[in-house]
Design a protein around this ligand. Structure first.
Ligand code: HEM
Length: 330
């Protein structure tokens, strides 16, 4: 099933073929911000809508615009997936999940034997794509804009780069991205400090493993803390907690699963299959946002805006939506 998805949705060829969808949705987003630019813009909502629309269009060929029931369902689902299931760890306490209603609420996946694309598998894949794709992709953009708004020197540097590369252009196209080193460093630094899936998804060891002095028996539930790995002072230095994209400009460390210092997409066989899909979308959206507008936090609500409290759930985004003022540059 994974290879079917990789072939039809996530391969470099397919990702390139969705370029028009991304450009169209970005133009609509820019227009929406332009209309409300004298007012404060709810950036979180705008970014959720954009990523939802792009993913719906490429996966299903249509979008679900203003259908809040669909968005609410996704929200509930991602929160549920992040819930701690007591029964999975202490079987005789499974009744606690039943009382909490966790069992009844989750859409369960059955184990299928062999390879057979039945209705259930298709539903599971659709769910994987939506849960895996939507919250994560917009969360990265939301945190990138939050950090840039709190670190104006980084926003200025990014704007300078983007506007220099696209001097006489009305917007940023995907070909322009390769010349934007600082943009890529901003995305990397955001993934380091705010991996959208901080604990990834649970893994289970398939055989006994000895790791240093630890014996890990087959069947052990393994959680990998990508958040802590990105904040390891021994790797990243004493300023590990600071948002400083410059640290990546001359660094070999990348997030595509080869370097254990940075694993926001996981590594190995279960690595996220949609890295290119997500990164190109986030890069081109962020570049267009800073190309077309100057951004500031609302002065009177600075304290509230810089409150970076995180939500609960499998994907960790801002607890409070991000509002900002946008001034068009042309
Ligand atoms: C910034 C955006 C994204 C991040 C940070 C991210 C991160 C991850 C992580 C950490 C995993 C689990 C890896 C593991 O457990 O080893 C994963 C799996 C997955 N992701 Fe992503 N992801 C992103 C975007 C997307 C998008 C856009 C899609 C689809 C459109 C997607 C589809 C999937 C799928 C289907 C899996 C499950 C793969 C499997 O079960 O083997 N992801 N992702």
């Amino acid at each position: 099933m994974k290879s079917v998805c990789v072939l039809h949705l996530f391969s470099n060829k397919m990702v390139r073929s969705f370029r028009d969808v991304r450009q169209e949705e970005i133009s609509l987003m820019i227009e929406k911000i332009r209309i409300s630019s004298s007012l404060r813009v709810n950036l979180s909502e705008i970014l959720v809508n954009l990523t939802n629309n792009v993913i719906c269009r490429v996966a299903w060929g249509r979008k679900y615009g203003g259908k809040t029931d669909f968005k609410d369902l996704m929200k509930r689902l991602t929160r549920l997936l992040g819930e701690f299931s007591v029964g999975s760890y202490v079987s005789w306490l499974a009744w606690i999940d039943w009382i909490r209603g966790l069992d009844g609420q989750l859409i369960k996946r059955e184990k299928s034997v062999g390879f057979e694309i039945d209705r259930l598998s298709i539903k599971a894949i659709i769910l994987d794509v939506f849960v895996g794709g939507m919250d994560t992709t917009y969360t990265l953009l939301e945190w990138a804009m939050t950090e840039l708004l709190c670190h104006h020197e980084c926003l200025d540097r990014l704007q300078e780069e983007v506007r220099m590369v696209c001097k006489d252009k009305s917007g940023v196209s995907e070909e322009d991205l390769q010349d934007m080193k600082y943009l890529k460093a901003v995305i990397k630094e955001t993934l380091r400090l705010h991996p959208p899936l901080p604990l990834m998804v649970p893994h289970e060891s398939t055989h006994d493993v000895k790791l240093r002095d630890y014996h890990i028996p087959a069947g052990t539930h393994v959680m990998i803390n990508a958040w802590a790995i990105g904040r390891e002072a021994a790797t990243w230095g004493p300023d590990v907690e600071e948002f400083r994209p410059e640290r990546h400009l001359n660094s070999y460390v990348d997030y595509r699963g080869q370097d254990t210092e940075l694993v926001p997409f996981g590594a190995g066989r279960r690595i996220c299959p949609a890295i290119s899909f997500a990164v190109v979308l986030d890069e081109v959206v962020l570049a267009n946002l800073v190309h077309q507008f100057d951004w500031t936090l609302q002065v009177e609500s600075t304290e509230y805006q810089t409150d970076v409290t995180e939500s609960t759930g499998i994907a960790v985004h801002r607890m409070f939506p991000l509002f900002a003022m946008a001034s068009p540059t042309t």
